[in-house]
Design a protein around this ligand. Structure first.
Ligand code: NDP
Length: 307
């Protein structure tokens, strides 16, 4: 029987995971399909329940359901518990297990961004959704001492901070209102900015104005777009010390999920190649992380080609 993996979210059409995962199934001759399932919140419990059947290897969960699915599962892994967010589901018999592979994808992306520089200790995170939870967990475990989370709806950032109260007890983790003056003051102190909000999908859209970006800051934009986001372009123009997009996180997150469903390591080179093909050959291997995992130096021409 052909096995199924589904991507559950709303919307799901922007996701590149299908192209990547299907290429890996085919390359390893695994008889499985990867299908997007656009579901409204009201249909989520039934959709998650259907994953208990034999035909499913599991699922990916995407925007905006990573936190919503948590109570619908039978067991959570350490990363899923720690973050309170699930992006991958596997099946143990009829039991459903929730994993957080964003966490596993974030760390290589952070390491590649920082490269040979010293790991910073002060970060600003924009966004407080499922992706931001993986980021905050990754920063805490990477030894950050101060993390400020800004979110459009402050209460969501406050919930995030409450969720991490225990694991962040030794350091400063705070939620702050999304006001330019507050963001500017915090960016002036920070060494790393991570955009984990959905803002930036349009080429002319950025979560922060260029004037707020201090020189020498490192910028990681989780969005994976056909070309550099406005935030990435403006960070380079402002003299950021390193800039990267979400590709490397996506690749490592996808590889981890593939291995969870199939038991086989994912072909990373194939994932990288398919990601580039899927975006029409835009960018080169060095775009954000490259084959050797090094972040692109921020001295590249601002606004130039993403290669
Ligand atoms: P969620 O839906 O859980 O969260 C979305 C976040 O974006 C929230 O903080 C939300 O704020 C904010 N947001 C959305 N629209 C606006 C807006 N118009 N103005 C201000 N804030 C807004 O999504 P995820 O956390 O899962 O994903 C967030 C982004 O990160 C997505 O673009 C996703 O593709 C990317 N991502 C990339 C990954 C990778 O592998 N590269 C991995 C995970 C995520 P509010 O709470 O106020 O609505």
């Amino acid at each position: 029987m052909t096995k199924r993996v589904v991507l559950i979210g709303h919307p799901v059409e922007r996701s590149l995971s299908g192209v990547l995962q299907q290429a890996c199934f085919d390359a390893l001759a695994i008889d499985a399909t990867y299908e997007p399932l656009d579901r409204l919140l009201i249909d989520l419990p039934e959709t998650i329940g259907s994953l208990r059947h034999d035909e499913f290897l599991g699922a990916n969960i995407t925007v905006p359901y990573k936190e919503r699915v948590v109570p619908m599962l039978d067991r959570l892994t350490e990363e899923a518990q720690q973050t309170g967010a699930v992006d991958t589901i596997t099946r143990e018999g009829t039991r459903l297990v929730g994993h957080n592979t964003d966490v596993l994808g974030f760390r290589p992306a952070l390491d590649a961004l920082v490269g040979k520089q010293k790991m910073p200790k002060l970060a600003v995170v924009l966004g407080a959704g499922g992706g931001a939870r993986a980021v905050v967990y990754g920063l805490i475990t990477a030894g950050f001492q101060r993390i400020i989370v800004f979110n459009r709806h402050l209460h969501r950032a406050e919930n995030l901070v409450r969720h991490f109260a225990r694991s962040a007890a030794h350091m400063e983790l705070r939620a702050m209102p999304w006001h330019e003056s507050v963001i500017e003051a915090e960016l002036a102190k920070a060494k790393l900015l991570v955009n984990a909000s959905s803002i930036g999908r349009q080429p002319d859209e950025s979560p922060v104005s260029a004037e707020l970006l201090p020189a020498e800051i490192m910028v990681l934009d989780l969005l994976y777009q056909p070309s550099e986001t406005r935030l990435m372009r403006e960070a380079k123009a402002s003299g950021a010390s390193a800039v990267a997009g979400g590709d490397l996180m996506l690749i490592h997150q996808g590889a981890a999920a593939f291995q969870l469903w199939t038991g086989s390591p994912a072909p990373l080179d194939l994932l990288r190649d398919r990601l580039e093909e899927a975006r029409g050959g835009f960018g080169s291997h060095s775009r954000d992380g490259g084959r050797d995992g090094e972040a692109e130096p921020a001295t590249a021409a601002p606004g130039g080609p993403s290669a």
